[in-house]
Design a protein around this ligand. Structure first.
Ligand code: BT5
Length: 264
């Protein structure tokens, strides 16, 4: 799988946990699906599953993740935190912050986050995160955080995404090393995970990067469509929405569409 083979990843990786155990394949179904199976079989925390191509790459609610071979970073990481299940979203927070910092550090391209799980560059989606938790008896057994990032992807080859998505190469006009970015992301996640476990919440930093806070939004949840003002997010990652009748709604998961202008 060219530059992203296990040996090359290991060569430059400066982590103690994330990526120390790697399952790398040129092609597999979905890195999240493979890692969930490994997690159920007892794989250690920090296990990385990475692929160049997924035959069943997925987003939330059965949606597809599109990534032609050679264009993207497609990976999943295994966490076994001592958290309550409602706190699993904190891992989405630390991964998205690490991704944003890694991209900005390597390329200088500014990155925004869109609640709840999107990586945005200049108004277009450049990546997505899919966090899936396994629980036993009301306790978190494992959390798999899957990350898909458009790196050297010509969006015009995917007509379904035209107008809504972008990639790093598209923004920069040149290709970017997936390997270099991967190392930075894994190192960033490791540092942030340590800090999270020592009691530091990523919530403030995450909220500061969310492009849809302070905006009029429409939120589609599995049960209903809500409109209102995105006032904030709480420590567990829920969106606090002020509806037109002045009520506050706490929304745990959904798709957000901006309805008003982004302030500032
Ligand atoms: C996401 O879902 O954004 C989470 C995507 C997570 C993908 C990674 S890849 C590695 C790991 N293994 C997996 O199988 N999945 C994870 P959601 O918010 O539901 O957004 C899905 C929607 O994003 C699709 O319906 C498309 O509209 C759009 N989309 C699909 N591919 C895209 C791409 N490459 N770039 C931007 N948007 C895309």
């Amino acid at each position: 799988m060219n530059e992203l083979c296990v040996e090359s990843i290991k060569k430059g990786l400066r982590t103690e946990l994330f990526g120390q155990n790697i399952v790398g394949c040129f092609s597999l179904s979905s890195t999240n699906e493979v890692l969930k199976e490994l997690a159920a079989q007892g794989a250690p925390e920090g296990t990385l599953v990475i692929a160049d191509e997924q035959t069943a790459g997925k987003g939330r609610l059965g949606r597809k993740w599109l990534a032609p071979p050679g264009t993207s970073l497609l990976l999943s990481l295994l966490f076994r935190p001592d958290f309550a299940p409602r706190q699993a979203q904190r891992l989405t927070m630390i991964c998205s912050l690490a991704i944003a910092e890694a991209i900005e550090g390597l390329t200088g391209v500014p990155v925004g986050l869109k609640w709840p799980n999107d990586i945005f560059i200049r108004g277009h989606k450049a990546g997505g995160i899919l966090t899936e938790a396994g629980t036993t008896g009301g306790r978190l057994d494992y959390v798999v955080v899957g990350m898909g990032l458009n790196i050297n992807l010509d969006i015009s080859t995917l007509p379904e995404l035209r107008g809504m998505a972008t990639s790093l190469s598209q923004e920069l006009g040149r290709e970017v090393s997936r390997l270099e970015l991967l190392w930075r992301i894994l190192e960033g996640i490791e540092a942030r995970y340590k800090s999270l476990k020592s009691g530091k919440s990523p919530h403030g930093e995450w909220a500061a990067r969310l492009i849809n806070l302070g905006c009029q939004v429409q939120v589609t949840t599995p049960d209903e469509v809500l409109v209102g003002w995105a006032e904030g997010v709480d420590a567990d990652g829920a969106l606090i929405l002020r509806t037109p009748d002045g009520q506050r709604e706490r929304v745990l998961a959904g798709d957000v569409t901006l309805r008003g202008p982004v302030p500032g």
